[in-house]
Design a protein around this ligand. Structure first.
Ligand code: DGL
Length: 266
């Protein structure tokens, strides 16, 4: 057993969808969450910048003595995992790969072949989804699209605003006319829009990557005998931007009162 916390990070609120999945699948684990809200959104930034941000956050989490890290950000996960794994000597689990593997499995089980992916611009440009599907099952048709306006609006708390619904309709219109079987929410912020997305794509199943990533992490901890068996559970939140704004918004996402602390980058 290992009672140390798991580190979880994202550019902002999106990784809280991973925290929500963790509280269902492994409620006994402690965690330290980092939301890099001073620098959100990551999704339009270049790969070198994303790498620098990822390294700073992993460094911070390592200094907090975490036993493993979940990269709860699709943009970091699809662009810089190789360098993070090379540089740091602790298990770092990305949010994208398990989501893709889960999607391929249910496509094969249900004989479905039409997949849509929505993600940030930098994720789409990475070609990671396209490459993984081609490698693992080239018969699946995959259409990957960027939705760059979603993250800033979610961070502003505009999730229920009519403006967001109109933007979502514009992004998803082609799939209304030519339906897909599954839509992978390739950015961890997007499950916060599930009701809107589902109301537009009524016959498409939405796939939240957080669920598969948390299951993969749970399996890893169990196989390595490092689950937390201590009754003490720590839940810490750090943000680089405005504390009050994060506390208010994160309560809406998790349903829990959160008192975040400030983190600074060197
Ligand atoms: N949640 C991040 C992701 O999964 C959002 C990226 C952003 O900040 O634009 O990609």
């Amino acid at each position: 057993m290992d009672s140390r916390p798991i580190g979880v990070f994202d550019s902002g609120l999106g990784g809280l969808t991973v925290i929500n999945a963790m509280s269902k699948t492994m409620p006994g684990e402690s965690f330290i969450y980092v939301g890099d809200t001073a620098r959100v959104p990551y999704g339009g930034k270049n790969v070198d910048t994303i790498r620098t941000y990822g390294r700073q956050i992993v460094n911070f989490l390592q200094s907090q003595d975490v036993k493993a890290i979940i990269v709860a950000c699709g943009t970091v996960s699809s662009n810089v995992m190789e360098s993070l794994n090379e540089e740091f000597d602790l298990p770092i689990i990305d949010v994208v790969r398990p989501g893709i593997e889960h999607c391929i499995q249910i496509c094969e089980e249900n004989n479905k072949k039409k997949i849509g992916v929505i993600a940030t611009e930098t994720t789409v440009k990475s070609g990671f989804f396209q490459k993984m599907f081609k490698e693992k099952n080239p018969s699946i048709e995959i259409d990957v699209r960027a939705c760059p306006l979603f993250v800033p609006l979610i961070e502003e708390g505009w999730v229920k605003n009519i403006v967001l619904s109109r933007i979502a309709e514009a992004y998803l219109r082609d799939w209304q006319e030519d339906p897909i079987d599954f839509l992978i929410l390739g950015c961890t912020h997007y499950p916060l829009l599930s009701p809107i997305l589902q109301s537009i794509l009524k016959d498409t199943v939405l796939l939240d990557m957080a669920v598969a990533a948390v299951e993969t992490t749970h399996q890893y901890l169990a196989e390595n005998d490092i689950l937390n068996e201590s009754p003490t559970i720590l839940k810490d939140f750090y943000v680089s931007g405005d504390l009050e704004k994060f506390n208010e918004m994160s309560q809406q996402v998790t349903g829990q009162a959160i008192q975040a602390k400030k983190v600074f980058w060197d």
